[in-house]
Write a protein that binds this ligand. Structure first.
Ligand SMILES: N[C@@H](CCC(=O)N[C@@H](CS)C(=O)NCC(=O)O)C(=O)O
Length: 224
């Protein structure tokens, strides 16, 4: 008998604080909603470029709104989000290309299963969006990997893999997949319902998403 589990693809970049919110909600709810959740590490810079969009943080009024809004959503979702001391430097100058290549390498290495991708992504989000720590240097990625439960040897191997053409191409192709679904930002969630892909942008569409995938009863809870 064909499985009734719906497949949900989650496109994200750890540069995006709203993606962190959506990630935690999906991790909490994947069993409640009985979904087959697929992590799709992507690159927000590429999504912006490919869609002709520009980061909302570049528009001063949006930046002001987002700063206040993120404080609210952090409390609402129960995720300990504290913006880095220099948001522009962290998001736009330093960026997350190396970090997302590292996550892509973890995903490639893990293949079936996604426990490590989940843990490594969370550790990286905590660094950039909670404890104001670097995510660009090999030592930073190593620390996140070790905290996520990888061994020192595994991290070393993944750091090498993350610099390979194979991984660079993989991150590009996943970013392109999001663009093919007409993404213009992240988080971008693609629900496969009755053979059709239905897309949602943001961490504020879960009631609607739960309604469309036929699972009711969404309310955020707090594991922290
Ligand atoms: N309303 C959404 C906002 C999500 C959002 O602003 N995402 C940013 C990255 S953190 C983005 O890609 N924005 C593109 C846009 O707003 O056009 C939410 O609450 O999650």
């Amino acid at each position: 008998m064909a499985s009734s589990r719906k497949m949900v693809e989650f496109f994200y970049d750890i540069v995006s604080p709203y993606s962190w919110m959506a990630f935690e909600v999906l991790c909490r709810y994947k069993n409640v909603w009985n979904i087959d959740l697929k992590f799709k590490p992507a690159y927000l810079g590429g999504v912006m470029h490919g869609s002709g969009n520009r980061p909302p943080g570049m528009v001063p009024n949006k930046f002001h709104y987002m700063t206040k809004d993120l404080e609210r959503v952090s409390g609402y979702f129960g995720v300990p989000l504290y913006p880095p001391s220099d948001v522009f430097e962290a998001m736009f100058e330093k960026g997350t290309l190396n970090a997302m290549r590292f996550v892509t390498a973890v995903a490639e290495k893990e293949k079936e299963g996604d426990v490590l991708v989940e843990r490594v992504s969370r550790e990286l989000w905590k660094r950039i969006w909670s404890t104001d720590q670097d995510v660009t240097q090999p030592a930073s990625l190593t620390e996140a990997g070790l905290k996520a439960g990888l061994s020192a040897n595994e991290v070393e191997e993944l750091l090498i893999l993350s610099k390979s053409q194979q991984i660079k191409d993989k991150l590009k192709s996943v970013t392109q997949e999001a663009l093919d679904y007409q993404s213009f930002g992240l988080p971008f969630i693609v629900c496969h319902v009755n053979g059709k892909a239905e897309v949602f942008f943001g961490s504020d569409r879960f009631e609607l998403m739960a309604h469309r995938i036929g699972n009711y009863g969404y309310k955020p809870d707090n594991p922290y």
